[in-house]
Design a protein. Structure first.
Lengths: 363, 538
């Protein structure tokens, strides 16, 4: 949903960030996904033994298949037991707020960063261990170090290949407002994935123009407003509609389910650094109220470790690994992506985007 | 103990306040105990509203202004009111008409129809919404929402009305007939007054359920206050709470309106011992149109969603989701929670229904009315309020099955209340008096007189709370014990990943086990009424 990251070298971060990245890459290259206090091996050898047999609770707003694979690998490596509670990430954030420092949750794993930012604003998150943070580029984690980025995905166009040629496609997200897409555009504006695009547009063209753009795509979409991105990508693939904007992984998951022969659609990025070409980050944090700080911190550490990131690659998540130098060879190279430079803190808790969507009558 | 003379006098005098009693316990204490029990239930049910006030309290004026005073609010208000009016009228007509056909006509295959027309309640709203949307992607907005919700909710009118029709006293109709009233006049002047509390009660629950509906509207792209509350929940609890309070306010308006229209008339019959099944009318020339109408309702309300499920089942795709539970264990979890919730909800509703049936004074009325309000609050908000209270005051039950059961009982309390109350107002309060006068102890009278009289309502209440619990999703996700998967949560896990093939078996089992109580109930009533006399002439 919201995480967008300053991928390009934007002013303030440069020096420190590149140093951190370099350090992380080197470390990862050496195969060290370290744990907090002890040297945590990235190999499946058991960690320090201290959390073995401990049971911790993870509130999960990530896709269940992603979390399930990661949790199983962590349990195997450490002997800890993880209870997973899955729900919509916004509802889980609400729930943690209402639990007010008494949450049964030890850690919180989300598909997007705003729910984490929101809990952080309320002072409910503990600081993430430095060794964990150093495994991922620093711009992908909270600037106050209270949550860590785990994986990333890219917003792009999905289009039906029977109806459209690549050359028909707009090169900018602004092009979707063109009346020629009337009845052909598919949108899922209530998905949190959509909000970063709104925030990004507002930052570059202003609130009023963004609302106008939103109203234009609302008119183009007409009745093709879907409740979720999975439906959107399936509709485009079936030819119910011709194009839409999604995060890349929804298309790969559909391909997993349909098989290559069942795909009648393709992905296409916008022009480099376009307002719609964004990197979204999935993140995790440890609850300040957790009575299992060590185990929870080790879980976070595992998520960004070489072993954890490789689980992401091996599974059905199709997100880009961003930690410990792990890459996914079946996706277009991460380094080839040219998303807009956009600071995660600009997305914040997503309130701004929701307000604009409300003004346009879309959320 | 009353003397014979008093009893004769009692029987002769029209029901005055002192007679309006089903509650068998001695007067001073009886009142107190009943008020205390019902009052305690009502206070518990107001918990979510208290939570909302606490939350909204923190909202600043600027924020409140942003949320409430914008063009969207007008749109939401218009949407909500138009939908409420349309659906309420449609459900009242369809619910009453189907109940009449099933209970009071010589309909062929009556038992089958009795089950089929209730089935829509057992189909989760998100399945119904999805089925329509996938069949007719352009079917969105007000009309789609009105049609889908009517088909989903009319059983809420059907059930209490059918229960009431079973208990109407045939002697009244015979007298009316003997006095020369025509069929329509008899319906309007004799039968309608008897089923009126049931129709109004059912409609009331329909309106309140509409206010709180989310799943179907999200899919059908229809914006109401509730869909907006979900949006606000993403960013600001206080604003979401303020919007929810607006829903509660609308609920209060509806309740006051219903209070005026329900009037004061009461109807009662001779009592269970004198029970005679109401007569059934031959359909004659009306047989064709009646069957056609029922078939249309069933095809739209049951055929469309079930057909979609069958399509999913037979076109199952590969899914990337892990199998975190089995169908069996999810079924057991769902069944366990729902049975206990149905029992708890029905037991809690009974004292309130009896108090309401007595209709003594403002306090009783306020107690009863206030318990309906919870129905106008979206499930997720109720769940969050339970999180709030449980974490602070009863932490040991947080995220245990106990809280899950309590949550369902609270969520669906109004459904139970409507059913029990509809039966209770039909029973003559004098029977309880007689029981007492014959020397039975209050508890004996309660079990031997009162309970049998209200048993159809209790059966319907149990059935309805059970069905609704089985199909509940948003509150379940928040409150279910960590690691436990119910049919609904598992369906959700698959469905949100559009793994419809994998989701379909869970939806199918939801429908199947939610259908059990309606089948059992339908069969039970059919058996009792198997030998209904049929009156010549339709």
């Amino acid at each position: 949903m919201r995480p967008m990251v300053a991928r390009a070298r934007s002013g303030r971060a440069v020096g420190a960030v590149s140093a951190a990245i370099a350090a992380a890459v080197v470390l990862a290259g050496c195969g060290s996904g370290t744990s907090t206090s002890t040297a945590g091996p990235s190999s499946p050898a058991p960690v320090a033994g201290s959390i073995k047999g401990q049971t911790i609770t993870l509130y999960n707003g990530q896709h269940e298949q992603t979390t399930d694979a990661l949790v199983k690998a962590f349990e195997k490596q450490t002997g800890a037991i993880i209870k997973v509670r899955s729900d919509d990430e916004d509802v889980l954030a609400q729930q943690i707020e209402q639990e007010a420092g008494n949450s049964p949750a030890d850690a919180f794993f989300t598909e997007n960063t705003p729910p984490l930012a929101r809990l952080d604003e309320k002072g409910l998150l503990a600081t993430v261990n430095p060794s964990t943070l150093s495994s991922v580029p620093s711009q992908d984690s909270a600037s106050d170090h209270n949550w860590v980025g785990v994986s990333a995905r890219v917003s792009m166009l999905v289009y039906n290949t029977d109806d459209l040629k690549q050359s028909d496609l707009p090169t900018s997200i602004m092009g979707l407002a063109d009346p020629k897409w009337k009845g052909k555009l598919d949108i899922a504006p209530s998905e949190t994935d959509f909000q970063p695009i709104v925030t990004s547009l507002a930052a570059s063209i202003g609130d009023a123009a963004t609302v106008k753009w939103l109203q234009a795509i609302k008119a183009n979409a007409g009745s093709h407003q879907d409740p979720d991105n999975e439906t959107l990508v399936a509709n485009v693939n079936k030819g119910t509609t011709q194009l839409g904007v999604i995060n890349h992984y929804y298309w790969y998951r559909l391909k997993d389910e349909n098989g290559a022969s069942g795909m009648h659609s393709a992905l296409q990025t916008f022009a480099p650094h376009d307002d719609g070409y964004l990197l979204d980050v999935s993140g995790a944090g440890v609850l300040k109220s957790s009575k299992h700080q060590q185990a929870a911190q080790e879980l976070l550490n595992f998520l960004v470790s070489n072993a954890g990131q490789k689980v992401l690659v091996a599974g059905d998540s199709w997100e880009y690994p961003i930690g410990s130098g792990v890459t996914n060879p079946t996706l277009p190279a991460f380094s080839s992506l040219q998303p807009k430079a956009f600071d995660l803190t600009q997305i914040g808790d997503g309130a701004k985007a929701v307000q604009l969507l409300q003004q346009a009558g879309l959320d | 103990m009353s003397t014979t003379r008093e009893r004769v006098a009692t029987a002769a005098v029209p029901p005055v306040t002192a007679e309006r009693r089903l509650w068998p316990f001695p007067r001073p204490r009886r009142n107190l105990v009943l008020y205390l029990i019902a009052g305690a239930v009502a206070v518990g049910l107001l918990g979510p509203e208290v939570f909302l006030v606490l939350q909204a309290n923190g909202v600043g004026w600027a924020e409140l202004h942003r949320v409430l005073f914008r063009p969207l609010t007008v749109e939401l208000l218009t949407n909500t009111v138009e939908l409420a009016v349309g659906v309420t009228i449609l459900t009242a007509i369809i619910g009453t008409a189907t109940a009449w056909c099933v209970e009071r006509t010589a309909l062929p295959l009556k038992r089958m129809w009795a089950v089929l027309v209730v089935l829509p309640v057992s189909i989760p709203d998100f399945v119904v919404g999805y089925a329509w949307h996938s069949l007719f992607p352009n079917f969105i907005g007000l009309h789609a929402a009105a049609v889908v919700m009517t088909l989903d909710l009319y059983p809420l009118v059907y059930l209490p009305v059918a229960a009431a029709l079973r208990r109407t006293d045939p002697a009244l109709e015979e007298s009316a007939h003997a006095l020369g009233l025509g069929k329509w006049a008899t319906f309007r002047r004799v039968i309608l007054p008897q089923i009126r509390p049931a129709v109004l009660g059912g409609s009331l629950v329909v309106i309140l359920a509409l206010l709180a509906e989310f799943g179907a509207f999200e899919i059908l792209n229809f914006r109401t206050f509730t869909t907006e509350i979900f949006t606000e929940l993403q960013v600001d609890t206080s604003a979401a709470s303020a919007l929810s309070l607006l829903l509660v306010l609308m609920g209060i308006v509806v309740l006051i309106g219903e209070g005026f229209s329900s009037g004061r008339g009461r109807v009662s019959r001779g009592g269970p011992q004198a029970s005679r099944p109401p007569v059934r009318r031959r359909l004659g020339l009306w047989l064709g149109p009646t069957l056609l109408g029922l078939t249309a309702v069933v095809i739209l309300a049951v055929g469309v969603p079930i057909g979609t499920l069958v399509y999913w089942l037979t076109h199952s795709q590969h899914t990337t989701l892990p199998a975190s539970t089995t169908l069996l264990s999810a079924t057991l979890a769902t069944a366990r929670y729902s049975v206990f919730a149905a029992a708890l909800g029905t037991i809690a509703a009974t004292p309130v229904a009896l108090l309401a049936a007595q209709r003594r004074g403002r306090i009783a009325k306020i107690v009863e009315r206030s318990t309906y309000l919870i129905q106008s609050v979206p499930g997720v908000v109720i769940a969050l309020s339970l999180v709030f209270f449980a974490v602070r005051y009863v932490f040991p039950i947080y995220q245990t099955s106990v809280l899950m059961v309590i949550a369902y009982a609270l969520l669906f309390f109004p459904l139970a209340l409507v059913c029990v109350r509809a039966s209770a107002v039909q029973a003559s309060p004098r029977l309880a008096e007689m029981g007492r006068s014959l020397g039975y102890r209050p508890l004996q009278v309660f079990f031997r007189v009162t309970l049998p009289i209200i048993s159809p309502g209790i059966g319907a209440a149990f059935c309805l709370v059970f069905l609704s619990s089985v199909t509940e999703l948003t509150a379940t996700l928040v409150l279910v014990p960590t690691g436990v998967h119910t049919l609904a949560t598992q369906f959700w896990a698959y469905q949100t990943n559009t793994a419809y093939g994998a989701a379909a078996p869970y939806a199918a089992v939801i429908v199947a086990i939610a259908a059990i109580p309606s089948v059992v109930l339908g069969a039970w009533f059919s058996r009792r009424q198997g030998d209904n006399p049929v009156v010549v002439g339709s």
